[in-house]
Design a protein around this ligand. Structure first.
Ligand code: AMP
Length: 279
């Protein structure tokens, strides 16, 4: 597996793959990889001839009070996992390779980025869109793979690709969970043993909500109330939001069409997200 750090090297690598008639898949990540990331990489390996995985803790999507410095990093471990998954190339740039110090152009997503995570993280999705847009221009993938774990991010990226005519197909992949239900996340490493137990309230609320929908409940308020009450029983949990929205990320009162039930909950200092989608 190739490990590349410069834009020039990646362009050259992709150019050679294309000249050999190969299709290219991209999996953008921030590293400290787990089975959730691995599922995206394996899907890309299955669907594309060449898989490029980017590992870049993107500074522009973190606010100053957030965990950019503390975000876990372990390139050696990531490289081992990616080799096992069959990835062909890792792109691991430094921040100054990705950003010109006097850059003036960014991608600013509009309405979809205002609700849910965008309320507490107002600059987050602008940073995500800008870095993902740059990665699309650098790697020029045929397909790019994103997890439904970050459902709002997936919706925003799909809309960005449509609106700005990026020539890439976005493939959404299901949430991978621990055996006890907790959605896998690099941030789970922040949790101490008590918090790890408390964090189960998110996936339990997801299960509860999904069961109510399957039982025929159509009122999102009734479903959300039940989910919120469940989370509030956990003393270490503090709700950021629990909401039901359509695929334009606008709140809905009644389930009709595709509906996303999404939540962000602080467990101690760690902010975790989870969700389910009703089609
Ligand atoms: P991150 O490294 O957290 O930026 O995530 C990189 C990609 O992996 C994103 O598309 C995430 O949605 C996806 N991802 C993270 N955790 C999971 C998970 N538990 N299941 C599926 N995809 C995931």
């Amino acid at each position: 597996m190739k490990i590349l750090t410069t834009v020039k090297e990646v362009r050259e690598y992709v150019k050679n793959a294309r000249m050999a008639g190969k299709t290219v898949g991209l999996v953008p990540t921030m590293g400290y990889l787990h089975e959730g990331h691995a599922s995206l990489v394996k899907k890309s390996v299955a669907e594309c001839d060449v898989t490029v995985v980017s590992i870049f803790v993107n500074p522009t999507q973190f606010a100053p009070n957030e965990d950019f410095d503390a975000y876990p990093r372990d390139l050696e471990r990531d490289v081992k996992l990616l080799t096992e998954c069959g990835a062909d190339c890792v792109f691991h740039p430094e921040a100054d390779e990705m950003y010109f110090p006097d850059a003036t152009t960014t991608i600013v997503p509009d309405v979809l980025s205002k609700n849910l995570c965008g309320k507490t993280r107002p600059i987050h999705f602008g940073g995500v869109c800008t870095v993902v847009g740059k990665l699309f221009n650098i790697v020029t993938p045929d397909k790019a793979f994103f997890g439904q774990k970050d459902a709002q991010q997936l919706a925003i990226i799909k809309r960005m690709v449509r609106d700005l005519n990026f020539g890439v197909e976005i493939v959404g992949c299901p949430i991978i969970r621990e055996e006890d239900g907790l959605a896998k996340s690099s941030r789970n490493t922040y949790l101490n043993p008590d918090e790890r137990k408390a964090a189960l309230c998110l996936s339990q609320a997801v299960k509860l909500g999904r069961e109510m929908v399957l039982a025929g409940e159509k009122s999102t308020k009734v479903i959300l109330d039940k989910m919120i009450k469940h989370i509030e029983k956990e003393p270490l949990a503090k709700i950021d939001y629990v909401q039901a929205v359509d695929m334009s990320m606008q709140d809905v009162d009644t389930i009709c069409g595709e509906t996303l039930f999404a939540m962000a909950v602080y467990i101690g200092k760690t902010r975790l997200i989870d969700n389910f989608i009703i089609d």
